[in-house]
Design a binder for this molecule. Structure first.
Ligand code: HEM
Length: 191
């Protein structure tokens, strides 16, 4: 079979890397959109004046909890729709790094909202009334106020936020590397 060499990557002529399915693409881009809301809003809340904070909390917490729902649905979907394998010309080491970044992101997209949710309960601000989920859905209060526990959970939530940011940077660097340097069409699998 004829081969073409692009930026050092040899791919069979006319071949395109196997693509993700439509469902996987929707889950991916909805997650990107929700993270683009939850992450920056989370980082700026502490700088917002008290009179305007509630709306920022509602946006952050609602986007964050929706990320949890989407991540769980996405995992369930993935069990029935395994992702296409990476093209064989991607070196083993890179495949391992990509898998580690993806798995860590999945884990954090589930853990981080749970930490945030339990922290708000422990602070004594459950998602009810003014802070209801999406502004109108009261969620159950799962514990009494416990500021000691809340402080620990909040610290873990801050660490989780930074960890997600670092993983996202690595993820985007990976995409840029494949697209601009190796030119192996990996990005096209997800669009
Ligand atoms: C994937 C989802 C989420 C991400 C990526 C995320 C990220 C963040 C980040 C980066 C911060 C700032 C940390 C800091 O600078 O100290 C933050 C703060 C916070 N998050 Fe989240 N979060 C998520 C979900 C949630 C959820 C579901 C809740 C609650 C239901 C929540 C509640 C809070 C609270 C109360 C703060 C403290 C804000 C403040 O007063 O400074 N988060 N979050």
């Amino acid at each position: 079979m004829a081969e073409v060499a692009e930026a050092g990557v040899r791919m069979p002529a006319g071949s395109a890397p196997a693509s993700y399915g439509t469902g996987a693409k929707w889950f991916h881009w909805i997650t990107v959109l929700l993270l683009a809301i939850a992450l920056p809003v989370g980082f700026v809340i502490q700088h917002i004046k008290d009179d305007h904070k509630t709306i920022f909390y509602t946006i952050h917490e609602s986007a964050g909890l929706t990320i949890l729902l989407v991540a769980l649905a996405r995992l369930a979907w993935r069990l029935r729709h395994p992702p296409p394998p990476l093209p064989p010309h991607v070196p083993r080491a890179l495949q391992r790094v990509a898998a580690a970044v993806h798995h860590s992101l999945y884990a954090l997209l589930i853990l981080q909202p749970i930490l945030g949710f339990v922290a708000t309960n422990a602070w004594g601000f459950p998602l009810r009334g003014d802070s209801a989920y999406l502004g109108f859905i009261d969620l159950p209060q799962i514990m009494e106020k416990n500021e000691g526990l809340a402080g620990v959970l909040q610290t873990l939530h801050t660490i989780g936020g930074w960890a997600i940011l670092v993983l996202l940077v690595l993820h985007v660097c990976g995409v840029v590397f494949h697209q601009a340097i190796r030119r192996d069409g990996t990005l096209l699998r997800m669009v």
